[in-house]
Design a protein around this ligand. Structure first.
Ligand code: FMN
Length: 292
């Protein structure tokens, strides 16, 4: 949806700089094609469990077969959030042709020529794809997943297992008890529930409550290297980035993603230098100023 170069462009940048990349169940590149595009990448697969569990099991098998080392199970999307803007903007598959879309075409001819002359956009892992993304989520995903599903996944997947979308200390502890190697404190970038707890605020308590072997990641609003360092100071093992790299992808394809990652790396270095810290291990809560 962002750029015709798609996930392979992002994966190649991640491969180059040595960070993992998580391919979504809703990706427009298949599990296998991504592995071919970036063979040296540390590949993670983000799984949504569907009502058809057999299909979920197949996806896990395919990820295993294509050398993915981590499954991220996203649990904050039992149903789609109210995404009014997607409806208003006609963000559907296929896109709606409204008078506004036609005006947009006239204003951005290069973008539209590119869209119409490159391979048509489609989900690679799902076949039932009519309507908005929210329509799709509500039709295909299972709104009733429980800890029993996590147990099942743990028993079928021997690689790293990460649960994404954790929003309370208790839930973090529960999924860790049920075999998660890591949690991602996340509210889906604020795309699901407007008033969900803020990951950055619960981070120190989650870190304290979990066994040190369980890693705690955080995402949501990491738009600069300073944001990433602040999360590390508060106890995160690492951060996830969504929109920041997508902006780069939209602006400049693979080179745009590379530029964003270079900026993030530079900002991390500058922030650490200004803090007088020479290693991530030396970062701590004393390095962050929080509002009272
Ligand atoms: C366009 C878009 C699509 C997303 N699709 C998924 C998805 O398919 N699965 C998922 O677990 N999270 C998805 N997310 C949420 C991201 O994984 C991540 O939690 C969020 O973007 C982090 O916040 P940030 O964008 O502020 O960095 C999506 C986010 C965006 C912006």
């Amino acid at each position: 949806m962002m750029h015709y170069a798609g996930e392979p462009a992002v994966a190649r940048v991640a491969e180059r700089i040595g960070v993992p990349y998580g391919l979504s169940t809703l990706g427009t590149t298949s599990i296998e094609d991504l592995a071919t595009a970036a063979p040296g990448l540390r590949r993670w697969f983000q799984l949504y469990l569907m009502t058809d569990r057999v299909y979920g099991a197949e996806l896990v098998e395919r990820a295993k077969g294509s050398g993915y080392d981590t499954i991220i199970l996203t649990v904050d999307t039992p149903v789609a959030g109210r995404r009014h803007r997607d409806v208003r903007n006609g963000l559907t598959i296929p896109p709606q042709l409204t008078p506004r879309t036609l005006v947009d075409m006239a204003l951005h001819p290069r973008w539209w020529v590119n869209l119409l002359t490159t391979e048509p956009l489609s989900f690679a892992t799902l076949t039932s794809t009519e309507g908005t993304v929210a329509d799709l989520i509500d039709r295909v995903f299972d709104p009733g997943i429980t800890l029993a599903d996590l147990d099942w996944l743990r028993s079928t997947w021997s690689g790293k297992l990460v649960v994404k979308g954790i929003q309370t200390v208790d839930d973090a502890a529960l999924v860790a008890e049920h075999g998660a190697d890591a949690v991602i404190l996340s509210t889906h970038g604020g795309r699901q529930l407007e008033r969900a707890p803020i990951p950055f605020e619960i981070l120190p308590r989650v870190r304290e409550a979990l066994d040190p072997r369980v890693e705690v990641f955080l995402d949501g609003g990491i738009l600069s290297g300073a944001d990433a360092v602040a999360a590390l100071c508060q106890g995160a093992t690492a951060v996830g980035v969504g929109r920041a790299y997508l902006y780069g992808l939209m602006a400049g394809g693979e080179a745009g993603v590379q530029r964003v990652l270079d900026l993030l790396a530079d900002e991390i270095t500058t922030t650490m230098a200004l803090l007088g810290r020479t290693s991530v291990a030396a970062l701590g809560p004393e390095c962050v100023r929080l509002r009272d």
